[in-house]
Design a protein around this ligand. Structure first.
Ligand SMILES: O=C(O)CCC(=O)C(=O)O
Length: 264
């Protein structure tokens, strides 16, 4: 199923561009989840155990366990992370002819895990484009109370709204901004294999996990092929440039070996 095209209507594409997010059902089949979920779980368990044994702390540990680029930890995950079915959706929703992988992230929020504060992703990314998008897909049933995402509709049109990293401060400041600007807030209950897509500048957060199971999610982040690396103007962007575009410099087309062309 990963090579089959997912049909998108004009209305869905229009809705994504207007609102800065969309929820699509059955983006991955139950059979795909059955194959790749255990591999993602293994990658997460190995990496998080290793990090806690070495005393390494994760920046987002308060909100979720985060493991980046699972495709590098297990080559058996490449068919899933590199799936043309997913990358094509990213390209069509953004209206670009090709997309590259920025990185993937497994985001496992444990039962009882707190809400993910409001933020804008692109604050972290040294990418000189508005054409960035994240696929966020649960690997299990994901009712709202397990920690699904909330989106501020239309907020992506403004670009950077507050230059701030994800924190209790970003929660307070974006909460005020969302209320002031009266952005409608939308969230979804998802099934395994459903996905939301959101733009890099869409203001978003995620609910706390008040269920009794870990919220298992894989995200895949894409950007338009041909995008250049900007001069990193904050420490996060500098680190991301070094980690996700190794050996590359500002001004170059972002296309390191970690950024394969996934579509077309
Ligand atoms: O999964 C979460 O709790 C937050 C994820 C997020 O903010 C993102 O993928 O952009």
């Amino acid at each position: 199923m990963l090579n089959l095209e997912y049909p998108l209507t004009r209305a869905q594409i229009g809705s994504y561009r207007k609102n800065g997010f969309i929820c699509l059902r059955k983006v991955a089949a139950a059979s795909d989840i059955a194959v790749y979920r255990p591999k993602i779980q293994n990658a997460v368990a190995k990496k998080l155990n290793k990090d806690s044994a070495s005393g390494e702390t994760k920046a987002y540990g308060r909100y979720f366990g985060q493991v980046t680029n699972v495709w590098q930890l297990d080559a058996g995950l490449q068919p899933f992370i590199f799936a043309k079915r997913f990358a094509r959706l990213a390209a069509i929703l953004m209206g670009v002819s090709g997309v590259r992988l920025y990185h993937d992230q497994a985001l496992f929020k444990q039962a009882g895990g707190r809400n993910t504060p409001w933020h804008q992703d692109q604050f972290y990314w040294p990418l000189d484009t508005v054409n960035t998008i994240t696929l966020w897909m649960p690997l299990t049933e994901a009712p709202r109370e397990s920690g699904t995402m909330s989106f501020a509709a239309g907020s992506h049109h403004e670009g950077s709204l507050i230059s701030i990293a994800i924190s209790e401060d970003s929660q307070t400041r974006f909460e005020e901004l969302v209320a002031d600007r009266k952005y409608p807030i939308k969230d979804f209950s998802l099934h395994a294999g459903d996905a939301t897509f959101h733009a890099g500048w869409t203001v978003h957060s995620a609910h706390a996990n008040s269920s009794d199971a870990t919220r298992e999610v894989i995200t895949i982040i894409y950007y338009a092929d041909g995008t250049r690396i900007m001069d990193p103007d904050n420490e996060n962007r500098k680190v991301d440039m070094e980690v996700f575009h190794p050996g590359q410099n500002a001004g170059e087309v972002a296309a390191s070996p970690l950024n394969p062309l996934l579509y077309p």
